[in-house]
Write a protein that binds this ligand. Sequence first.
Ligand SMILES: Cc1cc2nc3c(=O)[nH]c(=O)nc-3n(C[C@H](O)[C@H](O)[C@H](O)COP(=O)(O)OP(=O)(O)OC[C@H]3O[C@@H](n4cnc5c(N)ncnc54)[C@H](O)[C@@H]3O)c2cc1C
Length: 375
Amino acid sequence: MDASEAAKVLIAGGGIAGLAVRRALALRNVSSLTLERRAAPEDGGLAINLPGNAVHALAQLGLAEALREVGTPVRRREYRTAGDRLLFSVDEAAFWGEELTPRCLRRADLLRLLGRDLPPDDLILGRAVAAIRPELGGVSLDLTDGGRLRGGLLVGADGVHSRVRRALFGEAAPQAALLAPASWRFMAPDPGVAAWTVWAGAGALFLLIPVDRGEVYGWASVAGATGRDFSSVRSAFAGFPRPVRATLDAVLAQPDAIHHSPLEEIRIPHWSAGRVVLAGDAAHATAPVWAQGAALALEDALVLADLLAGRADWSGIGAAYEARCRPRVAHVQAMTDRMSRSADLPGWARRLLLPMIGPRSYRATYGPLRDPVIP
Ligand SMILES: Cc1cc2nc3c(=O)[nH]c(=O)nc-3n(C[C@H](O)[C@H](O)[C@H](O)COP(=O)(O)OP(=O)(O)OC[C@H]3O[C@@H](n4cnc5c(N)ncnc54)[C@H](O)[C@@H]3O)c2cc1C
């Protein structure tokens, strides 16, 4: 391995995590090369909700102003019953402050922002990592098209079904756990929702968030649903209020634009070995209860870049990286479990308890995340 190869970080995956690592490294003058197997993102047409710590991480990636040009601020959350009764609301703008007010934007816009002002030649689309070989002072990659690349470190940012993770820990090691075989995501004309609004009935959830250009982003789930077909669970929302039914009508009229989205998570004891580290969903995919997937991926990127830029020897980087990132991930996992348990309560108990435990859970979850991972 020559000196320029040894000083280069290879990144497998050009999703939010991979592109954030690429950007964070570029800002710290660390050379990298990102390989993304697709020519375009699969879910770029959908949107994503970014809580305040994600907004903070994007500001640290030099994107505070650019972020204000896309999507819509999420100033308020409302939790409602299937009958449209308001159980509780959260003033998110007051909680996070004006600078860090959460934002909902299109995924394609987020990916575009992450690449803003970077030279394009360190991102290669349409090439996939097939195998990894440790080498003295680094790692070499075999690509599916027969190519080979060398670098001083590999970041596996290749998502929940990470090939890098399997190569690192073996096929027998714990992989993604399926939490729910079905949920659905979509964009739709705004039926007149003023805030992030979730309606919860017996086992059925329907979330709508205003995005931009007159559209909302939606996510729906129905307990026990196993099939891919969204229309098969339509009856679960029959008693829901007009904005839900109007959105369902619009979405089911365009079935090709519906994304079937199983919920999976990764909880593994290590995210690194030798000269390979995992980032984003490859390391710690979490159910989207608190919308922390992107935030944690962005934070991984900031920490990795900080460590790599600060050291000439990258051999022990994995342990230091995990020590800094794991506590936040463990916190999000614990709070996700706690909120998921409340979803199992009978309807009457949820209606009674949520107005009390809901705002408290919001503060307990996001409060510690207001402290930035990199000061
Ligand atoms: C229903 C649902 C709703 C969600 N809502 C939110 C939300 O509102 N807010 C939020 O923050 N998070 C949300 N998340 C989580 C969020 O989408 C993820 O945490 C985030 O996309 C993870 O990004 P990533 O880059 O780690 O992985 P991915 O987005 O999966 O990207 C991995 C990339 O690696 C590429 N790749 C895979 N294998 C290879 C290979 N061998 N070689 C090269 N490239 C490869 C893939 O093509 C892909 O582009 C949600 C998740 C779900 C399922």
